[in-house]
Design a protein around this ligand. Structure first.
Ligand SMILES: Nc1ncnc2c1ncn2[C@@H]1O[C@H](COP(=O)(O)OP(=O)(O)OP(=O)(O)O)[C@@H](O)[C@H]1O
Ligand SMILES: [Mg+2]
Length: 340
């Protein structure tokens, strides 16, 4: 097969005037795209780099592709991750990962929380405001709270001071998010003190748990762990990744069930990674989901987790492709040779 790859590189935006230090955080590096291309080649297919701008349309018309491996983040607004998949649907081109509806929905954290909650998945209490003038102390969940831009990922808009302990701090942080994240709504959420577990889910009909990994500080800093921009950027020094995490079986089973329920009710396809927190009473909370999880061979959580489970980067890529091929019923019948 000839497999195209759609993506946005940080370097595509080098002439952009950056409004925040994390403006390009969600975009990929050439290294990630090359690693995906190498995995595709190793499977015996041809890899064609398509990029993520308007040129994708012409390239798709000219290349005889069987499938597109899509990791494009898109640009502008909360439906940005849906842009390339919507275009691929228009062009009748099969592609990996979730469809436009799922990608647009899940980039909006509050919409996602409404959906998972209605399917019985526990998620911290929250509210969304569009302006600081809407803040009223009466209708807030109990402090501490965390303040986030409503439609971001890769810890954009999340810093160590995103956790707020009183109304004054809350107001300052809401103003900071509103000012710096292109006027998007602000999500104010109950801050869950406790352990953080990220979960990978892979496949369709039925999907399976790929693995779970605890993410926390290497050293006891006495501060609550927040996987903030500062912490992610300095992960080698600051972060300890434990996979599998040491969890009581009851808690592990609960989180697995919640992860599969979230994947299912959001109609995810092929793969996703999602975050959970566990409080001191062992209640588990769904925080958010990434149906286009980072696939950097070096620093993406899903890949760190897979490697700790003995699964190579190339096998994760292979698994995503095999699942997409099966969904569309294209290509030769695939016998999985991935190691999981
Ligand atoms: N309700 C919460 N309670 C406790 N910690 C939280 C909560 N929400 C977010 N955090 C902390 O902030 C981090 C980043 O938040 P979140 O996962 O929502 O952002 P993101 O940018 O979408 O992440 P990703 O990089 O996984 O896409 C979490 O990994 C967690 O450490
Ligand atoms: Mg997250």
């Amino acid at each position: 097969m000839k497999i195209g790859i759609t993506y946005n590189l940080k370097t595509d935006f080098k002439n952009l005037v950056l409004t925040t230090e994390d403006a390009l955080e969600e975009f990929d590096s050439e290294k990630t795209v090359d690693a995906i291309a190498a995995a595709i080649t190793k499977m015996g297919h041809d890899a064609v780099k398509l990029g993520g701008g308007e040129q994708v349309i012409g390239k798709i018309k000219n290349e005889e592709l069987s499938l597109v491996f899509n990791i494009a983040e898109g640009v502008n607004g909360r439906a940005r991750e849906a842009q390339i998949p919507a275009l691929l649907e228009l062009l009748k081109m099969p592609y990996t990962h979730s469809d436009p509806l799922t990608l647009a929905l899940t980039l909006d954290k509050s919409m996602t929380k409404h959906v998972v909650k209605s399917y019985g998945v526990n998620t911290p209490e929250f509210l969304v405001i569009s302006d600081v003038s809407e803040l009223k102390s009466e209708n807030l969940p109990e402090f501490p709270l965390i303040v986030k831009p409503a439609w971001e990922g890769s810890s954009k808009g999340i810093r160590m001071n995103s956790k707020v302990d009183d109304f004054g701090e809350l107001k300052t942080q809401v103003e900071w998010v509103s000012k710096n994240y292109s006027g998007q709504p602000v999500l104010i959420e109950q801050f869950i003190r406790g352990r953080e577990i990220t979960v990978g889910v892979v496949g369709n009909n039925p999907p399976q748990i790929l693995g779970m990994m605890e993410i926390g500080f290497k050293e006891d800093t006495r501060n609550d762990f927040i996987y903030s921009l500062e912490v992610k950027r300095d992960y080698e020094k600051l972060v300890k990744y434990t996979c599998p995490p040491e969890l009581e079986e009851k808690v592990a089973t609960k989180i697995e069930k919640m992860a599969l329920a979230a994947y299912d009710c959001l109609h995810c396809k092929d793969i996703a990674r999602m975050d959970f927190r566990i409080d001191s009473k062992l209640n588990a909370y769904f925080i958010e989901i990434n149906p286009l999880p980072g696939l950097s061979p070096e620093y993406s959580d899903l890949i760190i987790m897979a490697e700790k489970l003995g699964i190579k980067h190339e096998d994760v890529i292979r698994k995503i492709i095999e699942n997409a091929v099966r969904r569309y019923n294209i290509g030769e019948k695939v016998e999985s040779s991935a190691s999981f």
